[in-house]
Design a protein around this ligand. Structure first.
Ligand code: PLP
Length: 397
């Protein structure tokens, strides 16, 4: 790989790692974002599944402004009551036993990977291996980009980490076959629904089968709910659709509604793996982030937003289906709750721009999938407006 390494004079001082769209937003309210000229955009992406309660949510706004008036940050060297109460609540809602707080999805998966490796070493396995999936996305740190199944994301960052083996997603026979050929597997890491790969849903019962297989082999079942968690798919966590409990569970994104926070939860034998000094973070679980996450939990639970995500998701999927009936533009509409993928018959080129011109924000993954991750707090009318703008966009292409 040869590359001109000097930055262009006169260019932005932000590293050019993003191809940014030529729009910037100055304020938001609920499902709406407003640009500098005050033009409204219906936000069907919510910062990629982050602002699940919508923008400028009153409960979150109140919690973080009150916290800012009181105390933002102390240190994990001291007791943080707000953090331990948040851990209690996350464990109650998930059935897990304990939590390590961090600041992002990738960091929550780093913690999971460390748990798996330490779990192996506790059994005198010197080179513990984690089974990961084709199509997976787990983040951009070195360990998580190794676990991610995308060569574009990995290229140029070799040497990648050892200790990962990959198998087909949603296919138990593939899991068994890979296991047969691989020594020292200690854990499986998987998303309940693959987000970045195009809203890929495994067959019903897959997580239950994985759970059984992990139990039989003594592996940890580690689920990445960074995107699927916090009510988005119609349950607080997506694994709850299958009535199982993972050993390790990671989440971030929607947990803080825009305030960075991540969490790695563990249960049973996994909960005792990281002991004193085994992992640490300066910012993770600080007062501000925990105040935001408490407000998010209050709202999702008190307002039944997970169930509402199911209703809204059905409404949007049906609406798009009806709106484009008879047209051959759509191959498949998939997803659960408000995690929706619309696979087009043609390439998605131009869709994001055309939607923006109609005041709709969404994104596309791969060559063919339009992704919708709107707020769980939207009204029926706003959901219908989203459908109308999306159908008009797809018809215009
Ligand atoms: N895991 C999943 C399933 C994700 O969708 C993402 C981000 O899109 C991540 C991990 C990484 O999260 P972050 O960007 O907060 O590090």
């Amino acid at each position: 790989m040869t590359q001109n390494l000097s930055a262009d004079a006169g260019q932005s001082h932000v590293m050019p790692t993003y191809a940014r769209l030529p729009v910037s937003f100055e304020r938001g309210k609920g499902v709406w974002l407003y640009n500098a000229e005050g033009n409204p955009y219906l936000d069907a992406l919510t910062g990629i599944a982050v602002c699940g309660l919508g923008h400028a949510h009153e409960g979150v706004r109140h919690a973080i402004s009150q916290q800012a008036d009181t105390l933002l940050h102390t240190s994990n060297l001291y007791e943080i009551d707000l953090q331990s109460r948040l851990a209690d609540r996350l464990c109650e809602v998930s059935g897990m036993d304990n939590v390590f707080f961090c600041n992002s999805g990738a960091e929550s998966n780093e913690a999971a990977i460390k748990i798996a490796r330490m779990y192996g070493h506790c059994q005198d396995i010197d080179n513990p291996t984690i089974l990961v999936m084709r199509g997976a996305f787990h983040g951009r740190t070195l360990a998580t980009l190794t676990a991610t199944a995308n060569r574009k994301i990995q290229a140029g960052f070799e040497p990648l980490l050892s200790g990962f083996v990959r198998t087909e997603f949603g296919d138990m026979d593939a899991v068994r076959a890979t296991a047969k050929n691989t020594k020292h597997i200690v854990a499986v890491l998987a998303e309940p629904i693959q987000g970045e790969a195009g809203i890929n849903q495994p067959p019903k019962g897959y997580l239950q089968e994985l759970r059984k297989h992990c139990d039989a082999e003594g592996w940890l079942l580690m689920l990445d709910e960074v995107q699927t968690g916090n009510g988005r798919t119609g349950k607080y966590f997506a694994f709850q659709h299958e009535d199982i409990l993972p050993d390790v569970l990671t989440t971030a994104k929607g947990l803080g509604n825009g305030v960075p926070i991540g969490a790695c939860l563990a249960a049973g034998k996994a909960a005792g793996v990281l002991g004193l000094g085994a992992h640490a973070t300066t910012f993770g679980g600080n007062l501000l982030a925990c105040a935001a996450a408490h407000a998010v939990l209050d709202t999702i639970l008190d307002e039944g937003l997970a169930a509402r995500a199911s209703e809204l998701g059905e409404r949007i999927r049906d609406g798009v289906d009806q709106g484009l009936k008879g047209s051959n533009r759509i191959k498949e509409i998939r997803g659960l709750g408000l995690m929706i993928g619309i696979e087009l018959a043609d390439e998605t080129k131009g869709v994001v721009q055309a939607a923006m011109e109609k005041g709709l924000l969404l994104n596309c993954i791969g060559d063919r999938v339009v992704r919708l991750l709107p707020a769980l707090t939207m009204t029926d009318e706003e959901a219908d407006e989203l459908v109308q703008r999306l159908v008009a966009t797809l018809e215009s292409l």
